[in-house]
Design a protein around this ligand. Sequence first.
Ligand SMILES: *Cc1c(COP(=O)(O)O)cnc(C)c1O
Length: 493
Amino acid sequence: MSTFYHSTRSTHELLTSKQAILQGIAADGGLFICDNLTDKRLDLQAICNNSFMHNAVLVLRTLLDDFTAQEVEKCVEAAYGTSFDSPAITPVTPLGTSWILELWHGPTSAFKDIALQMLPQLMRVSRHGDGRNVMIVTATSGDTGKAALAGFADVAGTGITVFYPEGKVSDVQRLQMVTQTGSNVAVSGVTGNFDDIQTQVKHIFANRELAAQLAAQNIVLSSANSINIGRLVPQVVYYFDAYAQLVRLGALTLGDPLEFYVPTGNFGNVLAGYFAKLMGLPIAKLTVASNANDVLFDFIRTGVYDRRRAFNKTISPSMDILVSSNLERLLYLLSNGDCELISSYMTQLSEQGFYRISKDLLNTLQDTFACGRADDTQTRAVIHKAWTNEKVLLDTHTAVATSVMDAAQPACACRVVLATANAYKFSADVLEAVTGTACTRSGFEAMRELQRLTGIPAPQQLSSLHTAQVLHPHVCSIDAMGAVVSAACEKSF
Ligand SMILES: *Cc1c(COP(=O)(O)O)cnc(C)c1O
């Protein structure tokens, strides 16, 4: 049976997964989704006997069934074959009587690598036969830019341009980007804040004159942000693979339930868990963990999504989000594909800043999803406790979810926290939490001190950064961003 993708807001246009991956977002502003996920059940027994690589092939072939077996196998090998520093790719390790699913073993030490190592491979195959070159343009507040650069560097037929707000990312994050090698990459700081840059990127996408110019050169612009279905699907893999590891570790017997605690921002990661549940993984509960930006926490308890609130800057910056795009896909699935309803919620959100879902829909939501939140003080306390009691070093995002787990009523015996970044990515805040005293050191000094204190080595790709060569020193104004994209196209294709 063939799987088709269409907008969450209408079913007029049916696309293959390759078309949906290339297009990114539907013309009506909705997100691409497929139906009948419950008909795509995977054989758990087979999953449990498989490696991560095999499970990735199985999941991808099921959800992206216009790719051939050979295409998927090649994509999986190219994405995960050599760029992860653990043979398990996403190993499960103990934390007291619970478990941690380590999603940070990729080239940029954050979980976005799992999706962003795969997306360029999927795009490379998808554009085959159409022959156009794809230029990815991305605004980043820190983590996504580097993960996208690492994934797209030197992938044939693609180029990537990343813009970051000059002076508003950490030392480590900036160096990760400006030292990126590759013949098809461009990186520029921009004088402005993240929202201004994001807005200008949207203008670049909407600029017809530029689009026509690029089309004449056989180039199309695209985005690597997390609304692309090609970023969501690879994340389903590790939910199944974690189950397989836990069965092999003896923590689960085949068929037993488990529950996941997920540090959440844009709702992509936890939504992939819901896909896994619909596809037959016995998930008792998915718990959404928020920091002080608790719009999802309120939504899951009350059914009211209200973004009219202050934005908080926290020590878990990758979760500092007020509009969780992927929630739209969840509402589509929970409402059995009621496009009209989803459209009306999204219109209310953009026009009035909030919407309220029906009581029935809220009940269905709460059958699977729970929520919790942790502020910076609670987050630091959990990092301190995990290090002191268990000698486990948690990053600030993982600590938010761990704090939520500690406070929650267990839904079943097997509890898993998703670890979304290596602790050294946020060295200064983690050091402060471990020692209990304020940290005034630079990112690299904090990294060295944390290594000295814990004896746990920082990932080589982070510790080697301060001696790496800066290849992209440029900073431009908002108005000059379009010219930077044009120059990047010249360089790449
Ligand atoms: C992006 C990110 C998150 C949030 O993931 P979503 O899929 O947006 O919910 C959490 N932790 C880290 C470290 C991240 O980079």
